[in-house]
Write a protein that binds this ligand. Sequence first.
Ligand code: NAD
Ligand code: LMR
Length: 332
Amino acid sequence: MFTRVARRAFTTTRVNPYKVTVLGAGGGIGQPLSLLLKLNHKVTDLRLYDLKGAPGVAADLSHIPTNSKVSGFAPDDNGLSQALSSTEVVLIPAGVPRKPGMTRDDLFSINASIVRDLATAAGEAAPNAKILVISNPVNSTVPIVAEALKKKGVYSPNRLFGVTTLDSIRASRFISEVHGTNPTQEHVNVVGGHSGITILPLISQTKYSTMDKATKDALIHRIQFGGDEVVKAKDGAGSATLSMAQAGATFANSVLSGLAGERDVVANSFVDSPLFKSEGIDFFASPITLGPEGVSKIHPIGEISSEEAELLAKAKETLKKNIEKGVQFINN
Ligand code: NAD
Ligand code: LMR
């Protein structure tokens, strides 16, 4: 028999009233991401901003009977600062996507200034917000956000995340295809960054560590270049949007769970990290624990094989250049 207090503890559903803002909400990622956030009961105030289309997306989503209010903002009438005002979580999928033949780094010339300006606005209107960067090239846009926030005097390493969840969900899916297993039961620790060879799936840490070399190499390559598969199939119409929306919503939910004080919320993300700082690499993707302040713990990458050590060395060379490029964009 439960006491009255115990029974209440079992029946009460705690609703956490979180304000979440999507910058670039009218785009290919922004729209389905906003839909998934509208379905998340941790979100009670969803603000959508884009250069075009956000009020329409907000009106559409506002008819869904979940507990959040949805508002759309346009650039006129101070829309950006209204969308950001005292918000707790900001997701940034604003910017241009790749076309076939382009690398993510080719997007730098357009997306760097978009991300800088949005980060600066976030630093002014929501200095304590957790910022989740989706816009590519993530290896450079995350350092850009860090430097923009430093210029505003509001940078905290705990509050900035490069969203690399798409690499994790691809790894689960692709490894399950190789082994004929249930992808929801597969987990691969994907570390490094978010482009080509900087994406490092640690297959040696899975139960498939002894798979034959050719199959393993093909799997690693597919995880590293999964984005290209979608870019090629979309044939000029952009890159991954729906799987990215799912990935972004999953990671945002982890951040919100951490804010809500849930325990042992662990996800991989590209963050300001001590792991390889001594080698001049200030940002690195690895498992992190999320808590009320954002990043509460950065976990080491764990034991790796000698082949993975070689891949890591190559990943670090590229990462270092990508990160420096972002930092220099703001400081020069
Ligand atoms: P998209 O062109 O469909 O949408 C981008 C949206 O950003 C557009 O609606 C555009 O109006 C808006 N936008 C542009 N400048 C803006 C600004 N200054 N303020 C507000 N909104 C602005 O592109 P998409 O397919 O949604 O991709 C967006 C970005 O996400 C790209 O850079 C892409 O490479 C990246 N991406 C990252 C990942 C990842 O894993 N991190 C995965 C897929 C795509
Ligand atoms: C992805 O991994 O799908 C994204 O980074 C988009 C891209 O350009 O491939």
